[in-house]
Design a protein around this ligand. Structure first.
Ligand SMILES: [Fe+2]
Ligand SMILES: [Fe+2]
Length: 336
């Protein structure tokens, strides 16, 4: 998903209590590396965990349209506008696949949206940051979509079939997003000193929030046993810290290629570990943003709720159309 920076699950979704619910056939499928499909037997905790994760993922996709949509009319050329529009449209598509995949677990997307709108469900905190300059669109593509890919590639092998299959296409599109972000920053970094400074400023502001997208360390009091349970169920394959390290290792050489600096003086290659060392992430800010006190939380939700309200006539028209055709089918059956 976009990140693992969400509230921990409800108590009933945790380890011991739910392991007892597992049937032998469910465990067999998991142990043999198979896929659980919608009609298969599954523990209630597994179903609830997936609904929560897929809904939060879907919400992140559609809320994530806002910070970049903000720049469509101001992108510096027709080519950049067309690319950005395609990207924002992709995110709407990702939301669509994921809401549809969540519905295979017996929920209604209208209910999931209600839960987003009244705050019962969350979206990734990264989208509560503003896009102040055009370079921010580059930094989001390069770092935020880059971090999303690191999170999402393992989900292509997730144990729940509809989620895993949706992720295959999503990941292909996310790779394009990451590449376009890199391309924007590359152009700016090679431009005038002012353009390069703008690119550097965007990277300085987005680096730490991107690392926070992976969530707090898994072993802390905040993890609530969530990662361990999700791993046992084959939903999650790597811990938050492993994913974060993978992202850092992948990104440092790319920053060198861009000629930009990542704002952490401790970033050095550690031969022994085979990874880059870095300053530990300070999660104080993340918890503030999750608690609703990020720079754009209110604006994002107000915009989302407004868009939902403005789109009511489309949903009403679709329902009226469905209702108009339903009696005809029933009448036909009655006459036969
Ligand atoms: Fe996406
Ligand atoms: Fe994306």
């Amino acid at each position: 998903m976009y990140g693992n920076d969400f509230a921990p699950p409800a108590a009933g979704e945790r380890t011991a209590a739910v392991v007892a619910e597992e049937s032998a056939s469910f465990r067999d499928v998991l142990d043999s590396g198979g896929r659980i499909e919608p009609r298969d037997e599954m523990p209630e905790g597994y179903r609830r965990t997936l609904i929560r994760q897929m809904a939060q993922h879907a919400h992140s996709e559609i809320i994530g349209m806002q910070p970049e949509g903000n720049w469509i009319s101001r992108a510096p050329s027709l080519r950049r506008k067309a690319i950005l529009m395609a990207k924002v449209q992709d995110e709407a598509g990702h939301g669509l696949y994921l809401y549809a995949a969540a519905e295979t677990l017996g929920v209604d997307r209208a209910d999931l949206l209600d839960q987003l709108h009244d705050g019962r469900q969350k979206y990734s905190s990264i989208f509560n940051y503003p896009t102040l300059t055009w370079a921010d669109v580059g930094a989001i593509g390069w770092l935020v979509d880059g971090a999303a890919i690191v999170n999402q590639v393992p989900l292509c092998r997730c144990s729940y079939g509809p989620y895993a299959r949706a992720m295959v296409r999503v990941c292909k599109e996310e790779s394009f997003h990451q590449r376009q972000g890199f391309d924007i920053l590359h152009t700016l970094a090679q431009g005038t000193p002012a353009q390069k400074a703008m690119a550097q400023d965007a990277v300085d502001r987005y680096w730490w929030p991107s690392l926070m997208m992976f969530g707090p360390a898994d072993s802390g009091a905040d993890s609530g046993g969530h990662t361990a349970q999700s791993m046992a169920w084959g939903i999650k394959r790597f811990s938050n810290d492993e994913l974060r390290q993978k992202f850092i290792d992948m990104t440092v050489p790319q920053a060198d290629a861009l000629g930009l600096t990542l704002p952490d003086p401790a970033l050095t290659w550690n031969e022994e570990r085979g990874h880059f060392d870095h300053t530990p992430v300070d999660f104080t800010e993340l918890f503030e943003v999750i608690a609703g006190r990020g720079p754009c939380n209110e604006q994002r939700m107000a915009h989302r709720v407004g868009a939902h309200r403005d789109g009511a006539w489309v949903r009403d028209a679709a329902e009226a159309y469905a209702a108009k055709h339903a009696p005809r089918a029933t009448a036909g059956e009655g006459a036969a």
